[in-house]
Ligand binder design. Sequence first.
Ligand code: SF4
Ligand code: SF4
Length: 103
Amino acid sequence: MPKVAKTKENLKKCQCRNCPSYTIGCKMKNYPLNFIRMIDGLDNLEHFEGMFCAYGTSNCIEENRGCLCDDCEVFRENNLKRDEYCLPTQKAAFRCRGAQCRA
Ligand code: SF4
Ligand code: SF4
């Protein structure tokens, strides 16, 4: 897992909220808890349902319906290598870029 900073600035850049894989059901389910978690401070959180390249896989998203990571500033700024960070690698349609496929 790459070390992406858990900051509000990065969260604003994250495209996950606009992604077709992040279904309306998952958004509705997670919105209240995400809001409360944000108040506590993003950097102290172990898990967050968004910015999955920083927090790890989703507890809700299960199907790849497309990924917007390629269009994300965080992706470029952190030289990330794969897509679908919300999904475990065995479920993601893995598109490796370069040698560090698991970064
Ligand atoms: S990690 Fe990619 S596929 Fe998953 S919600 Fe974010 S943009 Fe969509
Ligand atoms: S690279 Fe993907 S998971 Fe990471 S912040 Fe951007 S859209 Fe979100």
